[in-house]
Design a protein around this ligand. Structure first.
Ligand SMILES: [Zn+2]
Length: 425
């Protein structure tokens, strides 16, 4: 019988570690070509504190090299990004991407030219009864990377515009827990909408059930909690108090009123709720979720001044919000944050590395680091006076706007002649 020594074990472990640390680099010989080189752009990648002119070399669907210059002869296909920004593919933590299933969903790939989004999270489009359809029929044939929060209501948003939780019986804890548990690579946790026009007078019960579903799943599942016009001012603080570190408060800067017309959001009478600040300090994620009715510059500014700036910028794009004057396409929403004084690096981080950290699956997602998935958004930083409107008619003046030019997912360019074989994930 051959002896397997501790030294052998250490050698094997070291070899495994080394190959994991050097994904494609070691396999690429000096004569090998990159599948795609993105040349001449200004790379902005907050994950590695990088802003400067670089060429990106992509091979086998991953970022293979990021260098001052990669000769054109080393590329099978070249994308000229001269004069443009080269960003990690945008990650949209809140969108509605279950067409044919959720009543408000848009096919994710169809909006790429307008958004530059390469990873999208379905924010509760599906519940336990139809999440398999989202996964098998939509996500499986979509080039945009997709994750999902499964709705605590078992039909998700299929019944829209009829509110999903006027009847609390739709909030099925064990079914939701099972859906989370069975799809750890796809489902991030549970979604619940807490507005009065969604849950009527059910108070904290929908949220309690969504928390229970996460806990019973046996996974490190997160909650995404939609607010805006909750039933009472007190309920808003009670919701905040129940959120756990890592849970996501979406529509955090909503200025929407409740059914009686009262403003019951995280800023009340011009003041940030203490419960919002303590939620922020224990690690609750503040997410924009702009949408068609959920973003108010005044709430944003008061909340930010009080210590609750956003952690994540997301769009809440769907078939209704996409047709509203606030234009909740992710680069346009990001541009609003440039207008109110955030740096380009901060804004890019809030729509790439920050949401990727919330997703918590591939550690290099949302970056352009060597070894990262080759998801890239080439954008123009268009200069000129521009007026941005929120969802309540307030405007802010800006000087620049981000405009998508070309998007690459998994190393394959959208809207360009295809590589052969056209074998995307
Ligand atoms: Zn939404």
């Amino acid at each position: 019988m051959a002896r397997f020594t501790r030294r052998d074990a250490l050698r094997l472990a070291a070899a495994a570690g080394a190959s994991a640390a050097l994904p494609a680099q070691a396999a690429m010989g000096p004569q090998d070509k990159f599948d795609l080189v993105i040349r001449g752009g200004e790379v902005v990648d907050p994950s590695q504190s990088l802003r400067g002119r670089r060429d990106l070399g992509i091979r086998f669907g991953r970022i293979e090299a990021i260098e001052a210059e990669i000769p054109a002869a080393r590329a099978v296909q070249t994308l000229d990004a001269g004069g443009k920004l080269v960003l990690p593919g945008l990650v949209d933590l809140h969108a509605h991407v279950f067409p044919y299933g959720s009543a408000i969903g848009i096919p994710a790939d169809e909006s790429v030219a307008m958004t530059g989004v390469t990873t999208v999270v379905s924010a509760g489009d599906a519940g336990a009864n139809n999440v398999a359809a989202l996964r098998r029929h939509i996500a499986a044939q979509t080039r945009t990377r997709m994750y999902a929060f499964v709705h605590i209501a078992n039909m998700g948003l299929a019944g829209f515009p009829v509110a999903e939780l006027y009847n609390i019986d739709f909030a099925q804890v064990d079914a939701c827990a099972k859906a989370i548990s069975e799809n750890p690579d796809f489902v991030l946790g549970a979604k619940v909408r807490m507005s009065e026009n969604v849950i009527a007078k059910h108070g904290l019960e929908p949220l309690r059930r969504a928390i229970l579903a996460c806990e019973r799943s046996g996974r490190p599942a997160k909650l995404m909690v939609h607010i805006g016009g909750v039933e009472t001012p007190e309920l808003m603080s009670q919701i905040l108090d129940l959120l756990r570190p890592g849970d996501i408060l979406t529509h955090a800067y909503s200025g929407a009123p409740n059914l009686a017309g009262a403003f019951t959001n995280i800023v009340q009478d011009g003041k940030l709720l203490p419960a919002a600040l303590s939620a922020k300090s224990r690690g609750v994620v503040f997410d924009v979720g702009h949408g068609g009715g959920s973003f108010d510059f005044n709430v944003l500014e008061a909340a930010s001044a009080g210590g609750c700036p956003p952690d994540v910028i997301s769009s809440d794009l769907h078939v209704f919000s996409g047709n509203t004057p606030g234009l909740p396409f992710l680069p346009w929403v990001m541009s609003k944050f440039l207008a109110v004084g955030h740096s380009l690096e901060t804004v890019v981080a809030m729509a790439t590395s920050a949401p990727s950290k919330v997703i918590g699956r591939d550690p290099k997602l949302g970056t352009l680091q060597v070894g990262a998935p080759a998801d890239v958004s080439v954008m123009e930083l268009a200069e000129g006076p521009v007026s941005f409107v929120d969802t309540r008619g307030n405007t802010r003046a800006g000087r620049v706007a981000l405009k998508p030019v070309q998007t690459v997912a998994g190393g394959v360019v959208f809207g360009r002649p295809y590589s052969s074989p056209f074998a995307v994930r």
